[in-house]
Each structure stands twice: as C-alpha cells, then as structure tokens.
Write a protein of this length. Structure first.
Length: 428
C-alpha cells in the first residue's frame, strides 16, 4: 500500500510540473540560426585632392568610391561559404607630388594595414607606389597609369587597367593615314613626363614606320603656360599634323593658344585633355581636336559583344554606370578617368569572387588568370616575367569634338568599326 501511494504521489508531482510548464507557455529551446561571418577588406590609395592632377584624379576617385558604395549598400561581396566581405578605405592627399607617394603608401601598407592597394593617378606617381606595393607584398590595381615601363620592372603584384602608353597615339596615326593620305610631315610636341614621353616615343616610331617625316619632336616642362615658342616652331617646321600633349591643364592651354594664334593644321591630337567633358569649355578652340580615350559612354561593350569575343561578361553595363554616376555626383558626366576608377573596383570584385577568398595570394592568382569583358572593355593581363601585369586586353578609342545641334559634343571617329561620326578633316 505504501509503495502504491508513493507511485501515485510521484505521478501527481510530475503532472503538476507538466501542467505548470503548459500554463506558463514554456517551450523547448530552439538554437538560433547561425549568422554569416563578416570580414572587412581595407583598400588603400592616395588621390590628388590638390595639385596639377586634381581634375583627373578627382574623377578617378569618384568612380572608385561609387563602386565601393554600391557594393556595401548591396550587402557586400558574398563568398561561397556565406562569408560577407565589406569594404573600407584608407586614403590620403598625395598633392600630385611624387615625393609624398612612398611615405603615404608605406603608411597604407604598414600602419593602416591595407589588404589591397589602388594606384594614385598618373604614371609617375604610380611608379613610386608600385615599389612600395611590391616590397610589402600588396596586390595593387593601377588605373590612370599607362606607362609600359612600370610593368617591366619585375613586379608580380601590380596589375594595369589602362591600355598601355605605347598604344595610346598609334591609332591617331592610323586615322591620319585614312583621312589625309596627302600629309607627309608630322610634329610631336609633348609634356616631358614619364607617361607622355613613353606615348610619343612609340607613336613617333610608328609614324616613321608608316613613312611620315617627323619634322619636330620636342618636349615641354610640365608647368609650361606659354606655348608660343613651341607654336612658332610648329609653324616654321611646316608640319601638317600635330600630335602630343600630356595632361589636362597643359593640353587645354596648348589647344587654346594654338587657336588664338590662328595656326592651320589638318589634324590635332592631344593626350588626356580632349576626352574630359571640361575640354568643351574652350569653345571654338576645342572644335576638331582629337583625343585617345580609354572609355566613352558611346562605346557599346555588352554581354553580347563578350559572347562574340568568347570571354566572360561581368558587372553592370555602361548605361548603368553612367546613370549611377550622374545620379551620385549632381549630374556630372563621367570621363574615362571616372570609368577607370570604377573599372578598378569591378575588376577587384571579380578577382575576390573568382578567388572565393580575401587571401592576397588567391586574389593575385585570379588576376593572373583573368580574361573578361566589363563595361570598360576587355581586361586581360600579361603574365610573362618581362611584362607582368601589363594590360593586353583593352584597346583605345578616339574621340573628336564636333559641332552638333546642341553645341559641341564628342564623337567616336576611330576605329571605324566603333565610329559614331566621320572625322572632321581638315580642322576648320
């Protein structure tokens, strides 16, 4: 009887516990769903907030920042294991000064612990930054830096977005041969800097190989503001076409003063300056001027053209980029420098996804193997010991300022396959 009573009391006690649990709503605990890991990728670079490269560098950085903001706003870059990669930047003003570069990029690599680097604007500044990137084992994407020589120093971690300088003006010589077969005398007047010198050395050799007589070949200091002596030499030489220039400020001044002096020339092609939207501020002095461009909104790189070329397509279209850029920067039209900054980000994003990792060694391997088309054009890097990182996929296009219904506008005039208008020749 006692055993039976004990059993009954035990069952009643267990029932009371169960009833209490039901009355208080207590339920079995369920483990929370695991959240994906989140890592931060720090990208270091300098920009020319001040100094002679301010215009072009500013646009380059705005393009890059737009890409970064879009990626972060979309939640980051997601790897196959669910890891989310968020982006941060460490950046300084290099003041367009080569002497500042080594100090600042050393700080980015060692004190700021940047995981990856983006180059400053210009070949000269990038040459200084490349040394630091290689010494500190940092992968660096270079944009706004076209000099071939930077990729012939034995570096293994530096990768170029732009078409190399050796191919910058050769297309202008081809255009001249197409529209002006009667021209025989050519003048090269150029900024005496690493980038410009590399461009015109290659273009001069190319022109001479096509039978042109180079009647003037002369460089000017980067801070030149009076082109009168050079213009007089051009006139005295009997040149029928002028090629050269350097960067935006000197190129714009050169074009304006050539127009003011009423110099007749059949073809006038300048580096860097003409593709910038601000070049139109020269008015009549801009009319007919030709410039090589890394990218233009008119250039139709699409998934369909990637398929024809037999390469992978990645990222947004040109239209998407232009819409986003003008929306982010109060209607500012993107130049090829803007597009170059954005392209550096797109290439970096593809490399991280292909590597499926933020490990620099894996990202380098992805860049070495890259062969794709983005809104900017084809991207492929030379992996030879002699030219490692040199861009071999991308090609230049050539624009000319022409009179349209709404005033001056840029038209693509070369190559013919991508032309939106015939070239004005000779310049009126």
């Amino acid at each position: 009887m006692k055993r039976t009573l004990f059993t009954i009391l035990t069952l009643l006690l267990a029932a009371s516990f169960l009833l209490g649990a039901c009355q208080t709503g207590t339920e079995p605990e369920v483990a929370e769903e695991a959240k994906p890991d989140e890592v931060t990728l720090v990208i270091g670079f300098t920009s020319s907030i001040t100094g002679k490269y301010e215009t072009s560098s500013g646009r380059q950085v705005r393009g890059f920042n737009l890409w970064m903001d879009q990626v972060n706003d979309a939640g980051g870059i997601t790897l196959s294991d669910g890891t989310v990669v968020k982006l941060e930047v460490a950046t300084y003003d290099d003041e367009s000064n080569t002497d500042r570069i080594q100090e600042l990029y050393t700080r980015l690599a060692t004190e700021d612990n940047a995981d990856l680097l983006i180059s400053p604007y210009s070949s000269g500044l990038t040459a200084a930054a490349s040394i630091i990137a290689e010494q500190n084992g940092k992968v660096m994407i270079t944009t706004g830096a076209a000099a071939d020589s930077n990729y012939q120093q034995g570096y293994t971690l530096v990768f170029q977005i732009y078409t190399p300088a050796s191919r910058y003006l050769t297309g202008a010589v081809d255009l001249l041969a197409s529209v002006g077969p009667e021209v025989t005398k050519v003048a090269f007047v150029y900024e005496d800097t690493k980038f410009s010198t590399g461009v015109v050395e290659a273009a001069k050799a190319y022109a001479e190989g096509m039978g042109y007589e180079v009647v003037l070949y002369e460089g000017y200091a980067a801070d030149t503001s009076d082109f009168g002596p050079f213009i007089n030499k051009i006139v005295d030489s009997g040149a029928e076409a002028i090629l050269g220039g350097g960067h935006f400020q000197d190129g714009s001044t050169f074009a304006r003063q050539l127009h003011e002096k009423g110099v007749d020339t059949n073809l006038f092609a300048l580096l860097v300056a003409p593709p910038e939207p601000d070049f139109a501020d020269l008015g009549e002095a801009a009319l007919g001027v030709i410039g090589p461009s890394q990218w233009e909104p008119l250039a139709a790189y699409t998934p369909e053209s990637a398929e024809v070329a037999g390469v992978e397509w990645f990222g947004p279209s040109s239209d998407d980029f232009v819409t986003a850029y003008t929306g982010a920067y109060d209607g500012e039209e993107p130049s090829y420098h803007s597009a170059g900054g954005y392209a550096a980000g797109v290439v970096l994003q593809n490399a991280v996804l292909t590597a499926d990792s933020t490990d620099p060694v894996a990202i380098k391997a992805a860049l070495d193997a890259m062969d794709l088309m983005i809104f900017f054009g084809n991207i492929k890097f030379d992996t030879s010991e002699e030219n490692h990182g040199l861009q071999i996929g991308h090609s230049m296009i050539y624009i000319q300022w022409q009179e349209g219904e709404d005033g001056l506008s840029k038209q693509v005039v070369w190559p013919k396959a991508g032309a939106t208008s015939d070239a004005i020749y000779p310049i009126p």
